[in-house]
Write a protein that binds this ligand. Structure first.
Ligand code: G6P
Length: 377
C-alpha cells in the first residue's frame, strides 16, 4: 500500500498533488486554443436540446454539491441559462415542477451515490433528459444518463474529495463554455481568452502546491487546537468557503462552518472572539469590475472580524500587499479569470485541512463514520 501512495504519507496528500495532472487530463482533447472552441461530443445530446434548454437542474451530494454551486455561477454567467441546484437527497421531496425542456445534470465522483441516482430517476420520470459529470467510467449514474462528461481525475482513494472536486470544476467550466458557444452568448474573442485561461490552470496549481504546503504546515501548528473555524467567501467563492469548511470538519473533526461573507452580520458575528480563526477568500480578478467590487466588500468583512479580535487567514492574489496589513496570515495564489479562481482558492484550504488533521493525529484517509461512496439513501 505504501507503494500505491508513491512516497506520500497519505492518499489524500498524493491526490492533492495530483491535481495539476487531473485538471490537464480533464481538459485534454476537449479544447482548441486556436479557435477557443470546446468539444463535448460525448454529451450525446443534440445542439437543438442545448439551444432549447429553459433551465438546468443540478443535483449532487457533499463535495459534488459544492461543485454544483460553482457551476451555477459559471453556467449563468457564460450561457445565461438559469440554473437550480439541489441536494440530491432533497430533490424528490420538494415536488419539482416538470419541465421537459429543462436539462438534468448529476454531478458525482463515484456515479453510485444512492441519493443522486434517485434524483436522476425522478428527473427522468418528469420527462427530463439527464447528463452526468462523473469520475468512474461505466458507473450506474453514467449508464442511466443520456451522456456523460467524464472527469479524468483517476481513482480517488481518500474519503475527503480533492482532485475529483477540482476536476468537476473544470468539467463544469467546459460544460458552461460549450453551452454558451451553442447558444451564441459568447464572442470568439471571449471564448479564446477563457480557454487560454483554462489551459494555464495546471501550472498555477503547481505553483500553489510548491508555495502553500509549508505555509499550511506552519499554520497547522498555530491553529490545530482551535475548537471552531469559520470560512467566508462571496459570490463564486462562497461555495469554496463551504468546501473548505467541509474538508476541515470531515478529516480533523473540528467544527467548521462556511458562510457567505455578507451574512456575517446576521448571526455568525456573535461567534467571533480571539479564539476563532476565520479563513476569508479574498482573491480577485482585477480585470473584472464585479470581481473587484466583491473584493472591496470582502475587505470590509475582514475588518469586521479583526475589530472583534478574530484571527484572519486570507487567501489572496500574489502581490496583494494591501491585504497583508489587514490580516494575520495570507495564503497566496496566482491571478486567474474570476470563474476559474475557485480552482485555485481551494488548493491551500485542502492543504490546511490536511496538515491540521495530521497534527491532531486523525485518520486522514478514512475519517470516522464516513464512507467514500454512500450507496444507501
Ligand atoms: C461521500 C464522500 C464525499 C462525496 C459524497 C458524494 O459523502 O465522502 O467525498 O463528496 O459522498 O459522492 P459522489 O461520489 O456522488 O460525488
Amino acid at each position: 500500500i505504501q507503494a500505491e501512495k508513491s512516497g506520500y504519507k497519505h492518499f489524500m496528500l498524493k491526490e492533492i498533488f495530483e491535481q495539476p495532472r487531473a485538471i490537464r487530463d480533464t481538459t485534454l482533447g476537449r479544447i482548441s486554443l486556436e479557435t477557443g472552441k470546446v468539444f463535448l461530443g460525448e454529451m450525446k445530446i443534440t445542439e437543438e436540446d442545448f439551444r432549447r434548454a429553459t433551465r438546468i437542474h443540478i443535483a449532487a451530494c457533499g463535495t459534488s454539491w459544492h461543485a454544483a454551486i460553482v457551476g451555477k455561477f459559471m453556467i449563468e454567467r457564460l450561457a445565461r441559462v438559469p440554473v437550480e441546484v439541489d441536494y440530491a437527497s432533497e430533490y424528490r421531496y420538494r415536488d419539482p415542477i416538470p419541465d421537459p425542456n429543462a436539462i438534468g445534470l448529476l454531478i458525482t465522483q463515484s456515479g453510485e451515490t444512492a441519493d443522486t441516482l434517485a434524483a436522476q430517476r425522478e428527473m427522468i420520470a418528469k420527462g427530463m433528459k439527464t447528463l452526468a459529470i462523473c469520475n468512474v467510467v461505466g458507473a450506474m449514474i453514467a449508464r442511466e444518463a443520456q451522456g456523460t462528461l467524464y472527469t479524468h481525475a483517476g481513482p480517488e482513494i481518500g474519503v475527503a474529495s480533492t482532485k475529483a472536486f477540482t476536476s468537476q470544476l473544470v468539467a463544469l467550466f467546459l460544460f458552461a463554455l460549450h453551452l454558451a458557444q451553442t447558444r451564441g452568448t459568447l464572442s470568439d474573442d471571449e471564448s479564446r481568452t477563457l480557454v487560454e485561461s483554462l489551459s494555464l490552470l495546471p501550472g498555477k496549481v503547481e505553483e500553489i502546491l510548491r508555495s502553500a504546503d509549508s505555509v499550511c504546515e506552519q499554520l497547522a501548528k498555530i491553529y490545530s487546537g482551535a475548537r471552531d473555524f469559520l470560512f467566508l467567501g462571496r459570490g463564486i467563492h462562497y461555495p469554496i468557503a463551504l468546501e473548505g469548511a467541509l474538508k476541515l470538519k470531515e478529516i480533523s473533526y473540528i467544527h467548521a462552518e462556511g458562510y457567505p461573507a455578507g451574512e456575517m452580520k446576521h448571526g455568525p458575528n456573535a461567534l467571533i472572539d480571539e479564539s476563532l480563526p476565520v479563513v476569508v477568500l479574498a482573491t480577485q480578478d482585477e480585470t473584472n469590475r464585479d470581481s473587484h467590487l466583491r473584493y472591496e466588500k470582502t475587505l470590509s468583512n475582514i475588518q469586521e472580524v479583526t475589530a472583534r479580535s478574530g484571527k484572519v487567514i486570507a487567501v489572496a492574489i500574489e502581490g496583494d500587499t494591501h491585504i497583508t496589513q489587514l490580516v494575520d496570515h495570507v495564503l497566496y495564489v496566482p491571478p486567474a479569470s474570476e470563474l476559474l479562481l475557485p480552482v485555485l482558492d481551494i488548493i491551500p484550504l485542502q492543504l490546511l485541512a490536511y496538515h491540521i488533521a495530521v497534527r491532531r493525529g486523525c485518520d486522514v484517509d478514512q475519517p470516522r463514520n464516513l464512507a467514500k461512496s454512500v450507496t444507501v439513501e
